[in-house]
Design a protein around this ligand. Structure first.
Ligand code: BGC
Length: 794
């Protein structure tokens, strides 16, 4: 038989197709069920109770300093310094880690094609082990980006998104599925030990920054975990403190930013916090995790605990805390027992499992992404430097102390000029390849420095470092090195140099709040340094500039008059020195603004009287008596002048605001405000435009004004203008009426105030709302068990 070539091919194809069909049929019969994007419910149905109980409890992690479980022996709880760690999961030790140094993993269930996913800190960069098995030929360093408080001070959501894009690329390229960040708790008190990890005292800023960075990170196909949900505003007794807050303060201040972030960026996960909220651990509160977070705001992802957070695994499952981290076998056992004895509904456990699987199917581990372990760190360092310079805030600049002229010779004082702090400690720390000191940054920028002085600092710091005690554990940090005594040399320096620069540094991190003495307030050596340098340089008619390399608010009022300029550099990440030099030299015109108030004195802080709680010796309860009056909401309503107000920040140029126009005199569905900003100085610069709204006070006391929108101009050349517009919606007019469980916009007159800070209002206009609007009715939640003597300011 003769077969033509063509028909031969056809026959071969038909044969192949036929055999393929039958082999597919044979395979589907034999092939085990495997997780796919479209069969999550089927997988849940196929899982055994034990498998479900393993998926909702992490695999545990190797806690530094904690011995591994003994083979053949049932793991036991371990006491570490008064805190009981649950028994370790042997899997954490027996199953090789995908990414050494990551904070946790979930259990794989290979039978159903469910991979383990890896989660890792943290807010300013991916925290993983940089060196594996002592092999330094290949390293795994990550970029230390500027801390969150600095990013927020940029008031530039596009920039923060760009940081997120670079950040998320490192998450993906180092094989991690979910980043345990960003942190977004409110700066309730300047002493909060983790404030550097958080953005602002204002929920709109915190929520907008979070959404921007989450969208950037997640654009890489990896997840985030916005944390710590909620009302986790201190570190003192963080694992047990009972935070008492009114429903209104929760709604308007502590939950608001989380709501914005969930709606605008759908983070893959949310991390519940350690603290109790109105008597119950947050991870065990169904109203917080299910009613508000999932049902009201529509979170699609899952909730995980903070590490070892909460107590009762079954209560956590019921609350909708889908994943317990880092996990221990006893939790899975408790969940199995509860389902068997009927105290935990299988439908609830299934719902938790389903949420976790819905995230797993999006993860790089599920898609078997071949990560490179080689992200473009050089490119990301550039992003870190750009962001750092954009978030620095010029607090004082008398008589053009800054920028420094290139030919000037600078005397560089202060330990942290040489040993700069890139970011905070604990899980907020990043293992970076290098940090550019301020000294290096100045030299790189071409400045001349007083070399003998620099040499003295280098020798002093090297010697003092040798004497510093080694940290005992992860949470232990040696006390900072005292400032070098420059009394004997300062006169010579003032004779030889053109200007003086002094850096004051602060560090903090999880596990402890900051102290007043020697931390919020400068210590005697620092005060002596500033005074000594200022006296010597001023005697010669030379200027003194202070750089603040800090993660949280410190006292500035008591010493600021002694110096000519202050640049708040925050903790700027690994390119610190270069970025600070960019601003000092005028390469970058500062445009950062405070997203958190610097008060005149600590006693002015609204929570000063109830932080970190009672009894003072070991606080068990902290009551947020200041209610909604946090940050500028308090200083404005109580008419207390801060040292530097919310929204404040100087520039090397000047701006003029004009032509504020509202789209209508009466509010219908929304109102648009437009305003023009002109650079009236002689160098290019950017301005942050802030829209505050003053609402009518009917039955409810309200803040004088609240930030409702903000934007940063593009880089405006001298003489150039930009018109910006902002849309105000009904929700922006509303306050939370507890008795009515609703957000209500009261009828009356609203004042739109546009300014360059909360107290530098440049343009005003008003509109009327004819009738009250019930903007949203919510389900009653988070009711305090005790009466709160809450501050009310009219
Ligand atoms: C911190 C979290 C962190 C977790 C994992 C906890 O101690 O509070 O912010 O993500 O550890 O490292």
């Amino acid at each position: 038989m003769k077969i033509s070539y063509r028909s031969g091919v056809a026959i071969v194809i038909m044969w192949a197709a036929g055999s393929l069909n039958s082999s597919v049929q044979a395979q589907t019969k034999k092939q085990p069920l495997q997780l796919r994007a479209n069969n999550v419910k089927q997988i849940v149905a196929a899982m055994t109770l034990e498998e479900k109980s393993k998926l909702v409890v992490g695999m545990g992690f190797k806690m530094p300093g904690v011995p591994p479980p003994v083979k053949g022996k049932k793991p036991e709880a371990i006491d570490i310094g008064g805190f009981k760690l649950p028994p370790s999961d042997p899997d954490a030790y027996n199953i090789p880690e995908k990414v050494p140094g990551a904070a946790g993993r979930t259990h794989a269930i290979p039978r159903l094609g469910i991979p383990s996913i890896t989660v890792s800190d943290g807010p300013a960069g991916l925290r993983i082990e940089p060196i594996r098995n002592g092999d330094k030929s290949k390293t795994y360093y990550a970029t230390a980006f500027p801390v969150a408080t600095l990013l927020a001070s940029s008031w530039d959501t596009q920039l923060v998104n760009k940081v997120g894009v670079a950040f998320g690329n490192e998450v993906r390229e180092y094989g991690v599925d979910i980043l345990l960040a960003p942190g977004m708790n409110i700066h309730r008190n300047p002493l909060g030990g983790r404030n550097f990890e958080y953005y602002s005292e204002d929920p709109l800023v915190a929520g907008s920054m979070t959404a921007a960075i989450v969208n950037g990170i997640q654009s890489n196909g990896v997840g985030t975990s916005i944390k710590h949900y909620a009302a986790n505003n201190q570190e003192t007794n963080r694992n047990s403190i009972n935070t008492i807050v009114s429903e209104r303060a929760m709604r308007e201040i502590y939950l608001k930013g989380f709501g914005i972030a969930v709606k605008k960026s759908q983070p893959w996960t949310v991390m519940s916090s350690y603290n109790k909220l109105n008597g119950t651990f947050t991870s065990e509160r169904r109203d917080l995790l299910t009613t508000v977070l999932k049902n009201e705001w529509g979170l699609k992802g899952f909730v995980m605990t903070d590490w070892f957070g909460g107590k009762d695994a079954v209560a956590q499952m019921k609350a909708g805390n889908d994943l317990i981290m880092p996990g221990s076998p006893d939790k899975s056992e408790a969940i199995v027992a509860a389902v068997k004895n009927g105290s935990l509904a299988i439908t609830q456990l299934n719902a938790n499992v389903e949420r976790i699987l819905n995230v797993i199917i999006k993860s790089p581990s599920f898609t078997k992404y071949k990560y490179s372990d080689a992200p473009d760190l050089a490119a990301h360092a550039k992003v870190a430097r750009e962001a750092a310079a954009q978030g620095m805030v010029l607090l004082k600049n008398d008589d053009h102390a800054l920028p420094f002229y290139p030919a000037k010779r600078i005397a560089v004082f202060g330990n942290t000029s040489y040993d700069i702090i890139a970011g905070g400690t604990g899980s907020g720390d990043v293992n970076k390849a290098y940090t550019i000191s301020l000294m290096q940054g100045l030299t790189n920028a071409g400045f001349k420095v007083q070399e003998k002085l620099s040499g003295s600092y280098a020798a002093y710091l090297a010697d003092m470092k040798l004497k510093q005690p080694k940290p005992k554990n992860f949470f232990d940090h040696p006390a900072p090195i005292p400032e070098m005594d420059v009394n004997g040399i300062v006169a010579d320096e003032a004779a030889g140099a053109d200007e003086a620069l002094i850096t004051i540094g602060r560090n903090a991190g999880e596990g402890a709040d900051r102290k007043l003495d020697g931390d919020y307030y400068l210590n005697d050596a620092e005060k002596g340094l500033i005074r000594g340098v200022a006296d010597a340089f001023h005697a010669k008619g030379k200027k003194v500039v202070v750089v603040l390399n800090i993660g949280g608010v410190i006292d500035v009022a008591s010493w600021r008059d002694e110096v000519d300029g202050i640049l708040l550099a925050w903790q700027p990440g690994l390119e610190a020195g270069n970025a600070i030099a960019d601003v000092l030299s005028g390469m970058v015109n500062p445009s950062g603004k405070l997203a958190t108030t610097f008060p005149m004195d600590y006693k002015d802080v609204p929570s000063a009287g109830n932080f970190p709680g009672t009894p003072a010796a070991k606080p068990e309860t902290v009551t947020y008596e200041e209610g909604i009056y946090v940050g500028y909401r308090y200083y404005d309503a109580a008419s207390i002048k801060p040292a530097y107000e919310f929204g404040y920040g100087l520039s090397y140029t000047k701006f003029k605001f004009s032509d504020l126009k509202l789209s209508a005199p009466n509010f219908m569905h929304s109102i648009t405000a437009t305003v023009t900003v002109k650079n009236t100085g002689d160098i290019a610069g950017k301005e942050v435009v802030q829209l505050y709204l003053g609402a009518p006070k009917k039955d409810l006391d309200k803040p004088e004004q609240e930030l409702k929108a903000f934007a940063k101009t593009r880089l405006l050349a001298a003489g150039e203008s930009q018109t910006l517009s902002f849309t105000i919606k009904a929700a922006d007019l509303a306050s939370f009426y507890t008795s009515r469980e609703a957000w209500i916009a009261d009828a009356g007159k609203y004042e739109v105030r546009i300014g360059s800070s909360s107290r530098q209002i440049e343009e005003k206009a008003s509109f009327k709302l004819a009738k009250d609007i019930t903007v949203e009715k919510v389900v009653k939640a988070l009711v305090p068990e005790v009466a709160i003597n809450e501050l009310k300011l009219k």
